[in-house]
Design a binder for this molecule. Structure first.
Ligand SMILES: Cc1cc2nc3c(=O)[nH]c(=O)nc-3n(C[C@H](O)[C@H](O)[C@H](O)COP(=O)(O)OP(=O)(O)OC[C@H]3O[C@@H](n4cnc5c(N)ncnc54)[C@H](O)[C@@H]3O)c2cc1C
Length: 382
């Protein structure tokens, strides 16, 4: 089966891995010219760690864990408006995306700098045209193209129908490594705004995150210059640290600027097209769970497709397995966003609530014999 995956983020690359593993032929089309850099820490916990382990990537991911031996991080997490620190493993988002890409690039066809223009579903396949490449046919199409998914727009309807804004925006960009050493863990916080600096343990890379409260803003999502002006306008006159961050932002090439928003859909598939990760069920940055649910969703979707019964059964089973888990994450996302508006968040309380929540997903053993061979690192970490 030929499967077209739209988007080479965490969800898309992880799906490509598992599809290949189960004997499918995935093609990944990514709008950007390469795997996108940028982003803050992705918190991974529970079954997401099991998925990485089953991909034999856990050790490499652990080597990139931001928290080990870094006491400054603890202070930073304590003051963050989002629940990100409840992860058992904290890894830069682009380190994770890069790890997944490296693990798949030799066996998977990646088409960068292109996107899907139209989709036509027939009884037996999906006819796809691209912005740049030649038309092709595929057996299935998976939309892993993020919060403002084009696949979702083409097949299910415009974002207004599905994207729920949580009243909060986040901007993240890279800083020179010395920022992490000098300012790592520093947080600036005033009502409705927060800024924080994060550095890698080796002192080579650092990131800034700026969060601000706002109703929905109208802007061009592809215009980084406009994003910078919006952020700079919101954070004018906020003291020395923020002033330095804004100076760095001016030259940043990797600015990620997005609303904290959730995607709410009654159905994640239609015919031969299925949605995965933020495209189908974004839980918002404030949940700290986007990467975890993308990894787990990819594992389950590919595993169900590999089981007997055809794609319609597989898509329905995937959705059934994931629903409760996603609902939980979306609850966390709304709670995380609410904390932001309550001034200094009682983060310990939030963490305890998070830790006390049941894990609603049990990974099926799509990889025969695996569970018998090794204990689950996700469960061990709890
Ligand atoms: C550069 C970047 C930085 C991020 N930073 C943060 C952060 O700091 N904090 C946070 O909580 N979340 C962040 N996120 C979102 C986070 O990565 C996701 O919530 C989570 O990892 C689930 O990933 P996903 O693969 O479903 O979606 P995404 O990570 O959004 O990946 C979607 C991919 O699809 C590609 N794409 C989009 N539209 C098209 C199209 N029309 N055609 C082809 N490809 C397309 C995108 O370029 C991207 O590579 C960031 C995402 C990106 C892309």
């Amino acid at each position: 089966m030929d499967v077209l995956v739209c988007g080479a983020g965490v969800a898309g690359a992880a799906l490509a891995y598992w599809l290949r593993h189960h004997g499918f032929t995935p093609t990944v089309v990514e709008r950007a010219p390469r795997v996108r850099a940028g982003g803050y820490a992705a918190g991974l916990r529970g079954e997401a760690l099991d998925v990485l382990d089953r991909m034999a990537l856990l050790e490499r991911a652990e080597a990139l864990d931001l928290r080990l031996g870094d006491t400054a991080m603890a202070d930073e997490y304590a003051a963050l408006p989002v629940a990100v620190r409840a992860g058992d493993l904290e890894i830069l988002r682009d380190d994770l995306a890069g790890l997944l890409y490296q693990a798949t690039r030799r066996e998977v066809e990646y088409v960068f700098g292109d996107s899907i223009a139209t989709l036509e579903q027939t009884v037996g396949d999906v006819r796809v045209t691209f912005d740049r490449g030649q038309p092709r046919r595929f057996d299935l199409v998976a939309g892993a193209d993020g919060l403002y998914s084009r696949i979702r727009s083409l097949v299910f309807g415009p974002p207004e129908l599905f994207v729920r804004h949580l009243g909060l925006y986040t901007a993240v960009f890279g800083l020179p490594g010395h920022f992490g050493t000098e300012e790592g863990g520093r947080v600036h916080r005033v009502p409705g705004k927060a800024a924080a600096v994060l550095g890698t343990r080796d002192g080579t890379r650092a990131r800034a995150a700026l969060h601000f409260a706002s109703g929905p803003l109208a802007y061009d999502r592809d215009d980084a210059g406009q994003h910078k002006r919006i952020v700079a306008g919101r954070f004018a006159d906020e003291g020395r640290l923020v002033r330095r961050l804004l100076e760095e932002m001016r030259g940043a090439k990797d600015l990620f600027f997005e609303a904290n928003a959730q995607v709410e859909m009654h159905r994640w598939f239609s015919g031969r097209v299925v949605l995965l990760g933020d495209a189908g069920y974004c839980a918002a940055s404030a949940s700290g769970r986007g990467a975890s649910q993308a990894l787990i969703g990819a594992y389950i979707l590919a595993g169900e497709l590999a089981a007997d019964g055809g794609h319609a059964r597989a898509f329905a089973a995937y959705e059934r397995e994931m629903r409760g888990f996603v609902a939980e994450h979306q609850h966390l996302g709304r709670e995380g966003a609410d904390q932001f508006f309550l001034g200094t968040p009682p983060q310990e309380g939030l963490d305890r609530t998070t830790a006390a929540r049941p894990y609603l997903i049990r990974l099926k053993d799509y990889v025969p014999g695996f569970a018998a061979e090794r204990p689950s690192p996700g469960r061990a970490a709890r």
